[in-house]
Design a protein around this ligand. Structure first.
Ligand SMILES: Nc1ncnc2c1ncn2[C@@H]1O[C@H](COP(=O)(O)OP(=O)(O)OP(=O)(O)O)[C@@H](O)[C@H]1O
Length: 355
C-alpha cells in the first residue's frame, strides 16, 4: 500500500532526512519554507525596509536561499529589498560557469545582481594565485579574500545585511573543526546566526538549522537552476574530514547535526580566557583582531613573492618583520614606500572602489 503524506491525504513521495516524516512534495515545500521562516522570526533576523544582499555563488545552497527568501518575503511581506551579490574569484572553468547560473537566477527571480571580482579588489585572480602558491594553501587565500570581498561588495551596494547559504551541516562541521583545532574564539562565534552585528556589516545564516540533504531535495523537486561542480582547486581537505565524520554520524542518528550545533551553542568560554579583540586593520580599515588584517598580509606576500606570508600563525609575520623582510606598521615610512610600490596593492585597489 502506498505510504500517505503525514500532513495531508496525498501519496508521500519522500522521507524527510531531518525528521523521518513521509511527505508529499507540496507538504515538504511548505515544511521546509516554514522552518526557514521560523528561524528568521525567532532570531529576529530582518527589519522591514532593510536591503539584504544574498551571497550568490550559483551553488545549491545560495540558489535555494535566494528562492526561499524571495518566496517568504512575498508570502509574509517582510518588506526586504533583496539583491544578489556574487564574488568572482577568477577561477576559469568553475566560477565563470557558476556565475552564468547566477545570471540566469537573476532573470528567473527578477532580483538585481552585483558581481565583484578579486581582480578588481586585489589585483589577483585565483588562477594567478594558484600559479604562484600552488594548490596546497590556495583555499586560505580564497576564503580570506572572499569573506572580505563580500563585505566590500555589500558596502558598495549600501546594504544593511548579508545573508549566506551556510547550512546546518556546514555549521556542525565548523563546530567540530574548531574543537579539533582548539580554536576557542571561533568556537564561540561559529554557531551564531548573525555575526558582525557589533561593527562591520551583519552577516546572517537563515539556513542555520536546515539540513543539506533537504536543500538538495528542495532544489531537485522545485527544479531550481543551480551549478553543482566542485571547485577545481582542490576541496579544503581538513573540512573534508569533518564533513565525512558528520555524514557518518548523520547516517547513525539524523539529529546528530542539530545536536552538534546545540552543543556548540551551549559551550561557554571562561571569563579568564583571553580572546582576540576586534579592531580595524591599520592598512585597509577592514575589521581585524591583528594590527594588519589577514587579507592585507596575504596580499603583501603575493605582491612581494613571499606567498607563504600569512599562512599559519601571526607570530611568523612578526618574525619576518623583525628580519626586515616586511613592514606591517603603517606609521613606518619605509613601509609606506613599499606599499606604494606594490603592484595592485589593497590600498590602491580599495581606493579605486571608493573605500
Ligand atoms: N563566490 C561567491 N559569491 C557570493 N557568495 C558566495 C560565494 N561563494 C560562497 N558564497 C556564499 O557563502 C556560502 C557558503 O559557501 P561555500 O563555499 O561553503 O559553498 P556551498 O556550501 O557549496 O554553498 P553554495 O551551494 O551556495 O555554493 C554560499 O552559500 C554563499 O552564500
Amino acid at each position: 500500500m502506498p505510504v500517505k503524506c503525514g500532513l495531508c491525504e496525498k501519496k508521500a513521495i519522500l522521507k524527510r532526512p531531518k525528521t523521518g516524516d513521509a511527505l508529499c512534495k507540496d507538504c515538504f515545500f511548505w515544511a521546509f519554507e516554514e522552518e526557514v521562516h521560523k528561524t528568521i522570526i525567532d532570531a529576529n533576523l530582518f527589519s522591514p525596509g532593510e536591503v539584504v544582499a544574498i551571497g550568490a555563488s550559483g551553488g545549491k545552497d545560495s540558489t535555494v536561499l535566494a528562492y526561499t527568501l524571495k518566496t517568504l518575503n512575498e508570502r509574509y511581506d517582510y518588506k526586504l529589498d533583496l539583491i544578489l551579490l556574487s564574488v568572482d574569484e577568477g577561477i576559469t572553468g568553475y566560477r565563470d560557469d557558476s556565475l552564468e547560473t547566477v545570471k540566469r537566477n537573476q532573470q528567473q527571480y527578477e532580483l538585481p545582481l552585483k558581481i565583484i571580482s578579486y581582480k578588481e579588489l586585489y589585483g589577483w585572480t585565483m588562477d594567478d594565485i594558484v600559479k604562484q602558491v600552488g594548490l596546497k594553501n590556495n583555499c586560505t587565500f580564497c576564503g580570506v579574500f572572499r569573506r572580505q570581498a563580500l563585505d566590500r561588495g555589500a558596502m558598495l551596494l549600501k546594504v544593511d545585511k548579508i545573508v549566506t547559504g551556510h547550512n546546518a551541516d556546514d555549521i556542525a562541521e565548523t563546530v567540530i573543526m574548531n574543537i579539533l583545532r582548539g580554536d576557542i574564539a571561533r568556537l564561540k562565534r561559529c554557531t551564531a546566526i548573525t555575526t558582525g552585528a557589533d561593527g562591520a556589516l551583519p552577516r546572517c545564516k537563515p539556513f542555520k538549522y536546515t539540513y543539506e540533504k533537504e536543500i538538495v531535495m528542495y532544489a531537485y523537486f522545485k527544479k531550481l537552476d543551480y551549478f553543482s561542480t566542485e571547485c577545481i582547486y582542490s576541496p579544503n581537505a581538513y573540512r573534508g574530514h569533518a564533513r565525512t565524520y558528520i555524514k557518518d554520524l548523520e547516517a547513525i542518528r539524523p539529529s546528530s547535526i542539530i545536536d552538534i550545533i546545540h552543543s556548540g551553542e551551549c559551550m561557554a568560554v571562561k571569563k579568564e580566557v583571553k580572546l582576540p579583540v576586534q579592531g580595524t586593520c591599520s592598512r585597509c580599515g577592514y575589521i581585524s583582531s591583528q594590527e594588519v588584517c589577514k587579507a592585507c598580509v596575504l596580499l603583501e606576500g603575493l605582491n612581494k613573492g613571499l606567498p607563504k606570508l600569512g599562512i599559519g600563525k601571526p607570530h611568523k609575520v612578526k618574525k619576518l618583520e623583525a628580519q626586515g623582510k616586511i613592514f606591517t606598521d603603517t606609521k613606518n615610512p619605509k613601509f609606506v614606500e613599499n606599499r606604494d610600490a606594490d603592484k595592485g596593492s589593497m590600498a590602491n585597489n580599495a581606493a579605486a572602489l571608493d573605500f
